[in-house]
Every structure is written in structure tokens, then in C-alpha cells.
Write a protein that binds this ligand. Structure first.
Ligand code: PLP
Length: 416
């Protein structure tokens, strides 16, 4: 039995049955036996620049040899952290932004929720503590993320979680409208993934994001864009905020800032939110921080990752490659076992299978054929390849998926 207790795993099935990866190169992985796999989900939506980038390894090694990291609490910092903060706030669609660094997305969600509450109490509205999120939302699995997820399985068996959280319908603003009309005085923020990821790759309905943002503005509720997946190019723009013309008060980031080479996340704050904390002479302190907030080596890796994204024009590449992926994914729609194909925004596609068991069987065949596909909520196959994938590789991957669906179809027919 393996000592490693895997995340989101039934250990009775996983123990001793691991697929162990040994190395990666571009959009491919190699297991310990030397078998090659196309990485269709880019691991957990993050390996945007592709695997095996020695430039990032060198940048991290140089920083590790110089100074691995140091506390960023109070007035301490390290140069890569300050430089990355300047760079990300300059890139961010929020003008005059500041950034609070964390170790990953779930930390950043906790940070954003606490910051939203602290902001309102600083402004003399301590009753504004509620956090609203949406059905099928995924905001990581720390205590706040677990409390506000719209994926109920992630809350099962845990008992009471953070109070004052509310869930509204996805892609239907009338629910939020009704909630805010009734309770806005007690609500701090609305959290929203511009394109829902783990909930099944669900793009926003036309006009929906604009409408919920208007509602938040009208009711004095902070609008928080969770761009952990969409940030740093996944939608063909640097941020989905730009793509949809949004004006969030906070943007949550992680994954793509380092392409996963080292763990890092953050919350980008608008002037509205940071101003009271930066006001000359204020006593106000955001009493929050984690040991690896702004870790120097993670920040050095992020700088090298952003260099690659810029130098290789990878965001433009996503914009060019996305329609290719969308068309290939939509080609799978004709299979009877596929109930819906969700595409339309960025290098993302969700192939909704009839049920999770069918999705798992399809993914298992794909894996045997050298294509890694991840099964997410309700039996969706997640396609979110590295930005460096080539069109013929996407074609091959979708062909393998199509053949796997046909194989499962014939098995289902022969049983049924
Ligand atoms: N928010 C979104 C939209 C995510 O997809 C994720 C992770 O997949 C998170 C937050 C949590 O990030 P992490 O797993 O780095 O804690």
C-alpha cells in the first residue's frame, strides 16, 4: 500500500496503482516505463508554457543559490517578489492595482474572502460578511473554498463550515438579483469564475457577467473574478476580465503565473480596496499572511514563465489555436454517448458524457492510447492543453477520444 494519500482519490482503488510520471517535454509526459502521453488537461489546467522549460529551471536554481526566500511580513521583502508585483500589477486589467501574494489558488481565495470582509469593516460596515458564489463553482478547497463551492460532494461529511455563504444559479442573474435585493447589507462579495472550470467548463451566457457585475456595483458588493484558470492567457487574452470587459474589485490568480513550475498565487486588488490600507497615517492592518506569501524562488520562476509567454506570443497563439480546438471538440458531438460539447472561450473544451462512469471508461482507454484526459464534474472530459500544443496534436487527441467513445459505445450496446 502506498504511503502517499492522494488528493481527491479513493485510496482503496488507487493504492499501488499509480501512474507515475518521470519527465515532461512540451505538451507531452513520459511515465517511468518511458511511455509517452499527450497532456490534454495541462495537468490541473496549469502547465501553459509546456513541460521541461530549462529557462524556468535555471531562473529558480539561480535564485535558490542566491537566496531561496525570506519572510515578506511587515517591511521585509526580496527583489524577485517586488519585481513580480510590479510586473503583474502592470499587466493586470485593473488600473493602479496592488497584489497580495499567496502559495496557490485556495490560499488566494481565503485571502480574497478575508480581505473583502476586512475592507467592509474598515469602512464601517462590519455586517457585510456574506460571500456569494454559484452552483457548480470551484474556488479551491481550503476552508473558505470548501464553504463556497457549488460542488456539493466537496462539502460532504464535514459538518458546519464558514457561515454567511450563499449560492446562486449559474448563468442566470435573476437569482443574484433577488438575493442582493434582500440581503446586500450583509454581503461582502460575489465570487465568480468568468469561465467555470472544474464545474464542467461552462462559458458565461451572453450578457451574464456584465449583468452580475452591474448588480454588485448597484448593491455595493465587491465583484471578485476568480481567474485561477483563466489568468495569464487561457482565454486568448491575458485575463478573462479583458475579454469580457469586466471591472472587478479583486482578481484571484494562481496556476498560470508560474505555469505550475513552483506554487504561487495572489489577489490583485483595485484602488478601491487597497486605498484604506495604504492611507497615510492609517492604523489599519490586514492581519493576514502565510509563510510562503511571495516566496522569492517561486517569484523568480514566475518572472521566467512570463518572459516565455511574452517572447513566444503565447497569448496570441491561444487566440489562434482556440477555434481549432473548438471545432475538433464539437466534432465529438455526433456520438450518442456525448450529451453536450461546451466550447467557445479560449483553449478550453468540456465534453459532457452521458454519465461519469462512461466518462471514466473513455478516459481510461485514452490513457492506454497515450492521451491523458481528465474527468471532472458530472462526467465531463476536460480539454485544456498547454499553449504550446500544435493543431495536429489536438487533432490526434480528439481522434483518440472519438475512437474511445466509439469503443465504449459498442460495449454499452452489447451489454444493453
Ligand atoms: N479557483 C479556481 C477557479 C480553481 O480552478 C482552483 C483550482 O483548480 C482554485 C481556485 C484553487 O487553486 P489551488 O488548487 O491552487 O489551491
Amino acid at each position: 500500500m502506498t504511503a502517499q494519500w492522494h488528493p481527491q482519490a479513493n485510496m482503496s482503488q488507487v493504492s499501488g496503482n499509480e501512474l507515475v510520471f518521470a519527465r515532461g517535454e512540451g505538451a507531452y509526459l513520459f511515465d517511468e516505463a518511458g511511455r509517452k502521453y499527450f497532456d490534454a488537461p495541462a495537468s490541473l489546467w496549469y502547465c501553459n508554457v509546456g513541460h521541461g522549460r530549462s529557462e524556468i529551471a535555471e531562473a529558480a536554481a539561480t535564485q535558490l543559490r542566491t537566496l531561496e526566500s525570506y519572510s515578506n511580513f511587515e517591511n521585509l521583502s526580496t527583489r524577485p517578489t517586488l519585481d513580480l508585483a510590479e510586473r503583474v500589477t502592470a499587466m493586470s486589467p485593473i488600473g493602479e492595482a496592488k497584489i497580495f501574494f499567496t502559495s496557490g489558488g485556495s490560499d488566494a481565495i481565503d485571502t480574497a474572502a478575508k480581505l473583502a470582509r476586512r475592507y467592509w469593516s474598515a469602512l464601517g460596515c462590519p455586517a457585510k460578511t456574506g460571500i456569494v458564489s454559484r452552483d457548480l463553482a470551484y474556488h479551491g478547497l481550503h476552508a473558505y473554498g470548501t464553504s463556497i463551492t457549488g460542488l456539493d460532494a466537496n462539502r460532504e461529511g464535514l459538518g458546519p463550515l464558514v457561515p454567511d455563504t450563499y449560492r446562486v444559479a449559474t448563468n442566470d442573474s435573476s437569482d443574484l438579483d433577488a438575493l442582493l435585493a434582500d440581503k446586500a447589507d450583509t454581503i461582502a462579495a460575489f465570487f465568480c469564475e468568468p469561465v467555470m472550470g472544474t464545474g464542467g467548463v461552462i462559458p458565461p451566457a451572453p450578457g451574464y457577467l456584465e449583468r452580475v457585475q452591474q448588480l454588485c456595483a448597484a448593491h455595493d458588493v465587491l465583484f471578485v473574478a476568480d481567474e485561477v484558470i483563466t489568468g495569464f492567457g487561457r482565454t486568448g487574452k491575458l485575463f478573462a476580465t479583458e475579454l469580457f470587459g469586466l471591472d472587478p474589485d479583486l482578481i484571484v490568480i494562481a496556476k498560470g503565473i508560474t505555469s505550475g513550475y513552483l506554487p504561487l498565487g495572489g489577489v490583485i486588488a483595485s484602488r478601491r480596496v487597497w486605498e484604506p490600507f495604504y492611507a497615510p497615517g492609517t492604523d489599519l492592518v490586514f492581519r493576514h499572511g502565510i509563510t510562503y506569501s511571495g516566496h522569492a524562488t517561486a517569484c523568480a520562476a514566475a518572472m521566467a514563465n512570463l518572459d516565455i509567454i511574452e517572447r513566444e506570443n503565447l497569448v496570441e497563439r491561444v487566440a489562434e489555436l482556440s477555434p481549432v480546438l473548438h471545432e475538433l471538440a464539437r466534432g465529438l458531438d455526433s456520438h450518442e454517448l456525448v450529451s453536450e460539447v461546451r466550447t467557445g472561450v479560449g483553449l478550453l473544451a468540456g465534453i459532457q458524457m452521458r454519465n461519469p462512469d462512461i466518462a471514466r471508461r473513455v478516459a481510461a482507454i485514452c490513457r492506454d492510447e497515450g492521451v491523458l484526459v481528465r474527468v471532472i464534474t458530472n462526467g465531463t472530459l476536460q480539454l485544456s492543453p498547454p499553449f504550446v500544443a500544435e493543431a495536429p496534436e489536438l487533432r490526434h487527441a480528439t481522434e483518440v477520444i472519438g475512437q474511445a467513445i466509439s469503443t465504449v459505445s459498442s460495449q454499452v450496446e452489447s451489454v444493453g
